[in-house]
Design a protein around this ligand. Structure first.
Ligand code: XIL
Length: 397
């Protein structure tokens, strides 16, 4: 009798739980995934959800929402600018570690992992370096030595504190460049030749045996023609395959994910295919700088909802495609947005002819947009058999 009673109570409560789709998490309180953060939902899959952080905004006491959301919603952070060479060494030999240190400390306090961004890039280099090369006072040999020293100094300082380093960023040209045939572009290739890539990864590895070392670029979300002369994804794929074949310690490929609603959309399977092909080379993958911008037409700027709504929907759809693809591929370790609020987005300052914006997952008043809710639902609804825990590669020696 007692047993029958117990069984029937158990049956009723199980049925109730199933009906409410609840998990008996905390005493009496139903588990409500809509109240979870992106970061907490990501951890169900071992996936880190990150944001780029503007240190000035973090320190702006009149704007507490920024700090609150950065700390609460994300499990990973990237310095939007503070770890770039011009920020770290504005004057030759004089390092300004303050803001970068602050971010690393912030991450530690909030149990967040750090994506280090960026060691080698042609932009945001200090003027003393670029003018020195231009006027011939810094020779090629000295330049190579300066790069070695920079990588060694920065990686050593944050040894054991940075999870993934963007070692080289945006080394490859675009089809709209001149010449249009894809090639190694920019300051480093011009002055040191493409061999700098292998050197940079080796120097970074020597300074930190455990960090995951990434190549990072944009417009590599999906394959195109398959011809490396005009398909940037293919060019980068061939490059990574070549580096791995030479034994270069490259552990990952970061796909920035700067998309625009005016360009049409990839479907989830195209992006899955690209992530899988990179994975087959033995490397991890990540979305490192996701934002999806739109043109700010006169109607958008005047607040016309008929023009704004389709843009918000298209933006959300693109955020979601990258999220679903990432979830589906176990090598995809993190999904980072390049700023979380339209109040602090690089887009309006960078893409101004025609003006663009509306690129992030929160509006200017820190209200979550459709994109936020859609990537949250992707994280919530995912699970076996199609979404499985992440697989992290061993850092390559
Ligand atoms: C951008 C920052 O968001 C801006 O604040 C800065 O003025 C320029 O750089 N790809 C990258 C990032 O790898 O470092 C860039 O960040 C955006 C494009």
């Amino acid at each position: 009798m007692k047993l029958r009673r117990w069984v029937s109570i158990a049956t009723v409560s199980l049925a109730t739980m199933a009906a409410l789709n609840t998990v008996p998490a905390t005493a009496g309180k139903p588990y409500d995934p809509t109240k979870q953060t992106l970061g907490a939902l990501g951890l169900r899959h071992g996936l880190q959800i990150g944001t780029a952080v503007d240190i000035a905004a973090l320190n702006d006491g009149s704007n507490p929402q920024y700090l609150r959301i950065t700390a609460a919603e994300f499990t990973s952070v990237t310095a939007e600018n503070a770890m770039k060479w011009e920020s770290l060494e504005p004057t030759r030999g004089k390092y300004n570690w303050g803001p970068a240190d602050q971010l690393v400390d912030f991450a530690k306090r909030n149990k967040q992992s750090v994506r280090g961004h960026v060691l080698v890039w042609h932009n945001q280099l200090p003027a003393w370096l670029t003018t020195g090369v231009a006027d011939g006072s810094i020779s090629k040999q000295e330049l190579r030595e300066l790069l070695r020293k920079h990588i060694t100094t920065v990686v050593s300082r944050y040894k054991g504190k940075v999870w993934q380093w963007d070692v080289v960023n945006e080394a490859v040209s675009d089809p709209w460049d001149n010449p249009p045939t894809l090639h190694y572009k920019g300051f480093w290739a011009q002055h040191l030749g493409p061999g700098y890539l292998a050197d940079a990864f080796r120097w970074a590895r020597a300074a930190d045996p455990k960090a995951l070392l990434f190549y990072n670029d944009y417009n590599i979300e999906a394959f195109g023609s398959g011809n490396p002369a005009d398909d940037k994804t293919q060019f980068v794929y061939d490059m990574v395959r070549g580096l791995r074949a030479q034994g270069v310690p490259i552990d990952g490929v970061g796909s920035q994910g700067h998309l625009g609603t005016q360009y049409g959309n990839y479907n989830t399977f195209q992006v899955i295919e690209a992530l899988k092909k990179f994975t087959a080379l033995g490397v991890a993958t990540a979305f490192t700088e996701v934002d999806v911008r739109s043109q700010l037409t006169d109607g958008v700027q005047a607040g016309d909802s008929e023009e704004i709504n389709p843009r918000l929907q298209a933006s959300a759809a693109n955020f979601s495609v990258l999220m679903k693809a990432c979830l589906a591929v176990r090598s995809c370790l993190s999904y980072t947005v390049w700023g979380f609020s339209d109040r602090h987005s690089w887009v309006p300052g960078w893409f101004d002819d025609p003006p663009e914006g509306l690129a992030t997952i929160y509006d200017e008043n820190y209200q979550a947009k459709l994109a936020y809710h859609e990537i949250k639902s992707d994280l919530m609804l995912a699970g076996p058999p199609y979404v499985l825990p992440r697989i992290t590669p061993k850092p390559r020696r």
